[in-house]
Write a protein that binds this ligand. Structure first.
Ligand code: NGO
Length: 541
């Protein structure tokens, strides 16, 4: 039968909805039977058949033009041809591993010169495509083949996420799908991110998350082209990373968490495993050691460095602002030096996050002096510093980044030539409840439904702060009420893809109505991937 080239928006959407109806979102808190959803055969639309899916890409590409002519279709003979470049080849293998289980075709990875059959995929690095930037790519699909071109390997990796989303959702299944046609319209996409920093923060201090759980979160970040994983590695309730020169930080400081559970910590080897897993997905890990406040766990190991208003003891509550290092003691800086040195040595990314938020027990001068000394230590170990917006009380280096979260105080960073990462709590704090009825989460910054997380423009959010001052956006997920990865996903999905689009897509391209219908088509994908989510009434189910 000849293929009808017209887009079948309605039919593709109908197929998604049918699949959706067969599944239910899971309540947070436990991970019951979700991880291996039973792939439901998607009923093929009656007429015209074909199974050519409509592009529903999140984040929206900078430019997408559907071409006339027959669709692109994968075939049993499709190969993945790739440049003679180790990184590009690894990306090609990643793509082949994604496609094989569901589709069942061999998808051999071949050299660039390979004589590629119809339906083949070619991944190329092009030195003359600098305009695509580090993460941009061009994807051209025709009835004969598909080509992804990038200037850097990261661009190829982002490009294969787009390809993944162009294919029917069953591509995410780990077992063979009944689908016979794997096709989407001929098109050209030219895409690159709006902001260089598109992050997600996970608080592993209030509740500890295993390496496996962090990897699961990284998988979600990768699908939505996020490129920074900020790990909040210490707080009053727990110190979560091994420091070999200071073993008591973990033997004493990691033993509990909010609510009194067992806590835990990453060995340096564990941390490096997370870093490598993220790196393979072109995601930079930014480690945070929060100081001088939020340090009770460290102070249980080094009580003589405590200038807190209450005695140090394991803390399992959620009150903030009361703990602090003695910033006037030299020994404090020796501890900070050891910590920064060891973490910097196992962190390939350029940043070290010093926290710096919510210090109520120090004077302005004491606080600013501390931040400036930590900044010097961070530089000594070859990293740039980032800290929460309070650090703008200190004299910052131009390379230091201030992370806005609650007010416009971050704008003080601009006078030092520093840039901002925007994490406005009212928009992107993933620990805020969606509605008053949400079981998990806090409410101090309000309720954040999907639309709230989506409808804002970083370039107009703070007066006096324009696009060029902004390095990017980041969605923190504080874990006072969030105990495991299923609960993390419940709070992150569907808001995290919304924030990913805020960070990636040109503002002029973003429309709420369009976004919500694109995102709704992703939900069956989450079912296949075993990703939990909140069933927002704002999505067209
Ligand atoms: C604040 C606070 C955190 C809390 C969080 C809860 C910042 C930067 N400091 O954000 O310690 O966990 O709110 O929403």
């Amino acid at each position: 039968m000849r293929r009808n080239d017209a887009l079948r928006t309605g039919l593709a959407f109908l197929a998604s909805v049918t699949l959706l109806a067969a599944c239910q979102s899971t309540t947070p808190g436990t991970r019951p039977t979700l991880p291996q959803p039973v792939p439901q055969p998607v009923p093929e639309p009656a007429l015209p058949q074909e199974g050519v899916t409509t592009p529903r890409i999140v984040p929206a590409p900078a430019s997408l033009v559907i071409a006339a002519g027959a669709p692109f279709e994968l075939t049993r003979a499709s190969v993945i041809a790739v440049d003679d470049n180790a990184e590009a080849r690894a990306i090609a293998e990643t793509l082949a591993e994604l496609l094989r289980p569901a589709i069942g075709f061999p998808f051999n990875v071949a050299g660039h010169g390979a004589d590629t059959a119809r339906g083949s995929i070619r991944l190329s690095l092009a030195a003359d495509r600098a305009t695509l930037g580090d993460e941009g790519y061009e994807l051209v699909a025709t009835s004969s083949n598909l080509r992804i071109t990038a200037y850097r390997p990261a661009g190829l990796f982002r490009g294969i996420q787009t390809l993944r989303q162009l294919l029917p959702t069953e591509v995410e299944s780990e077992i063979g799908s009944a689908r016979s046609v794997w096709a989407f319209p001929a098109l050209t996409i030219v895409d690159r991110p709006r902001f260089a920093w598109r992050g997600a923060m996970l608080d592993v201090a209030r509740h500890f998350f295993s390496v496996q759980e962090v990897k699961q979160y990284i998988d979600v970040l990768a699908l939505y082209k996020l490129n920074v994983l900020h790990l909040h590695l210490s707080d009053d309730q727990g110190w979560r990373i091994e420091i070999k020169s200071r073993p008591t930080l973990t033997s004493v400081g990691a033993v509990t968490q909010v609510g009194g559970g067992a806590g835990g910590f990453y060995t340096q080897q564990d941390y490096q495993e997370i870093v490598r897993y993220a790196q393979a997905r072109y995601i930079t890990v930014v480690p945070e050691i929060d100081m001088p406040g939020h340090t009770n766990a460290a102070l249980t190991a080094f009580p003589h460095l405590s200038c807190s208003t209450r005695p140090t003891a394991p803390f399992t509550g959620i009150q903030v602002g009361w703990s602090t290092f003695c910033v006037d003691k030299e020994e404090t800086y020796a501890l900070v030096d050891d910590v920064v040195r060891e973490i910097a040595a196992i962190t390939p990314g350029p940043y070290f996050h010093m926290g710096g938020d919510e210090v109520e027990a120090l004077t302005h001068a004491q606080y600013a002096g501390f931040v400036e000394r930590v900044q010097t230590i961070v530089h000594k170990y070859g990293k740039k510093m980032i800290g929460w917006e309070e650090i703008t009380k200190a004299r910052l280096a131009p390379t230091t980044v201030a992370q806005q979260w609650k007010s416009d105080s971050a704008t003080a960073a601009l006078k030092y030539g520093s840039k901002l990462v925007l994490s406005p709590a009212k928009k992107v704090y993933l620990d805020m409840k969606y509605t008053p009825g949400t079981e998990l989460g806090l409410t101090w910054a309000g309720h954040i439904e999907l639309r709230d997380a989506y409808e804002w423009d970083p370039a107009t959010y703070l007066s006096g702060v324009s696009e060029r001052h902004i390095l990017g956006v980041e969605a923190p997920l504080w874990s006072e009420t969030v105990r495991n990865i299923t609960a993390v996903e419940y709070m992150a999905m569907p808001r995290l893809p919304a924030i990913a689009e805020v960070g990636w897509s040109p503002q002029a391209q973003r429309r709420w109505e369009d976004f919500r219908s694109r995102l709704a088509a992703h939900v069956p994908r989450w079912h296949f991937l075993g990703i939990n989510y909140y069933r927002s009434p704002q999505l067209p189910w």
